[in-house]
Design a protein around this ligand. Structure first.
Ligand code: CMP
Length: 138
């Protein structure tokens, strides 16, 4: 079934000029890019995006990092897009990521881990709606 997911090329990867390589890989793997935007989040906007993690010890550091510079936010579409993008990203911790995944190739640490992807249909709906309006996705 065709599905949509939210992907973020995080500030660490944008700063290191890796966005082009990551977007090329997204296209090579067969995703349709349905929407895309550069966005420099405020701390408050990053806290809203990651609200589900607000009790975690890394919440402050994560939201500070995510608001430290511009990110590139995309809506990706493909059959089984949520799982497909998470597989392509690899494990959250780059030390545990498989060879050939985005995080193995481009991440520097569990926090500066290059990319984000929604983890389930309900979070994908929330995250896509956080950045894009319905008319951006016609
Ligand atoms: P992401 O897929 O964007 O979802 C939540 C983020 O929190 C995750 O990627 C990591 O960047 C970050 N994160 C998860 N676990 C830890 C951790 N133990 N320490 C620091 N950051 C973490």
């Amino acid at each position: 079934m065709t599905e949509r997911t939210l992907a973020i090329i995080k500030p660490d990867a944008v700063e290191r000029h890796l966005a082009g390589k990551i977007i090329q890989r997204i296209e090579d793997e067969g995703f349709q890019i349905r929407a895309m935007r550069r966005s420099h989040l405020s701390a408050k906007q990053a806290e809203g995006f990651y609200a589900v993690h607000r009790e975690r010890p890394f919440f402050g550091s994560l939201t500070t990092f995510m608001s430290s510079g511009p990110a590139i936010v995309l809506v990706l579409e493909a059959p089984d897009a949520i799982k497909k993008w998470r597989t392509l990203m690899g494990a959250t911790d780059p030390a545990k990521a498989d060879a050939g995944t985005m995080r193995k190739e481009f991440a520097q640490s569990i926090e500066r881990n290059a990319t984000h992807g929604s983890d389930a249909p309900d979070t994908a709906a929330y995250e896509i709606g956080y950045f894009f309006a319905g008319l951006d996705l016609l």
